[in-house]
Design a protein around this ligand. Structure first.
Ligand code: SF4
Ligand code: SF4
Length: 240
């Protein structure tokens, strides 16, 4: 938990605009800053970035729930399920050697909660339940799956359901023939969610340099910005 040491704070207010959740407030009665723990998601920005003139901001993440929040909010925190910082896996970035996305398959990475809004685990669970109805294949190394109590039901442990995090990344893949079903569900989720999400679509480039999923997405009314990530020197290619 991030705390403000009232013995040191002089109420200058420098720290207030740095918090992406507007969780740092000034108490006008005592002229000291304090942190609204209901809003704080343990992103660590205030501890890392603010040049507090009195070194009054103290970062002490303790307790299971606060640790989980830090794993999904602070990009400098190693996640116990992946051993790497961040909320997802390497996705497509190492596909040349891992072969995670095979020919005819399309991957999806959905970043829920960014920017600024955040998301509860209960809402992440609703996304998972909805996408389960179209038979997606979840990425097993994804940190969110590591926390789930029941993947089929998209159910998290009771103590996490109302907890808010900076964002959650969901990763899965489907055969290209099922992309339409996935997009339909995502459109439904976009209309009914109380937060925001962005969508990354992962596809291999064919030998003739075409990317078939772009046509499918275009037919569904989605504008595509194709970007490539190339990692060189990763090791022996295993992809067929
Ligand atoms: S920057 Fe430091 S001294 Fe100023 S209000 Fe924030 S915690 Fe207090
Ligand atoms: S840890 Fe992040 S969310 Fe919490 S008070 Fe600091 S900047 Fe705000």
């Amino acid at each position: 938990m991030v705390l403000i040491d009232h013995g040191r704070c002089i109420g200058c207010g420098i720290c207030i605009p740095y918090c992406p959740r507007s969780a740092i407030r000034l108490d006008p009665n005592i002229r000291k800053a304090y942190i609204n723990t209901e809003e704080c998601v343990e992103c660590g920005t205030c501890v890392r970035v603010v040049q507090c003139p009195r070194d009054a901001i103290v970062g002490v993440v303790e307790g299971y729930v606060r640790e989980v929040q830090a794993h999904f909010s602070d990009p400098y925190t190693l996640h116990p399920s992946t051993g790497i910082p961040g909320r997802g896996t390497e996705e497509m970035k190492t596909n040349d050697v891992t072969g995670r996305f095979k020919k005819g398959e399309v991957g999806f990475a959905i970043d829920i909660g960014r920017p600024l809004i955040g998301v509860t685990f209960a809402e992440v669970g609703r996304f998972i339940r909805t996408l389960n109805t179209v038979g997606v294949e979840w990425e097993k190394a994804n940190p969110i799956l590591y926390l789930l109590k029941d993947l089929e039901k998209g159910e998290f442990p009771e103590e996490l359901k109302k907890v808010k995090i900076h964002s959650a990344v969901l990763e899965f893949k489907v055969p290209i023939s099922r992309v339409r079903d996935v997009i339909e569900k995502l459109k439904y989720l976009a209309e009914t969610t109380d937060t925001v999400f962005s969508l990354g679509v992962i596809s291999r480039v064919e030998e003739d340099f075409t990317i078939p999923v772009i046509n499918v997405l275009g037919e569904l009314g989605l504008k595509v910005s194709p970007w490539a990530k190339t990692n060189v020197g990763l090791g022996r290619p295993l992809i067929e």
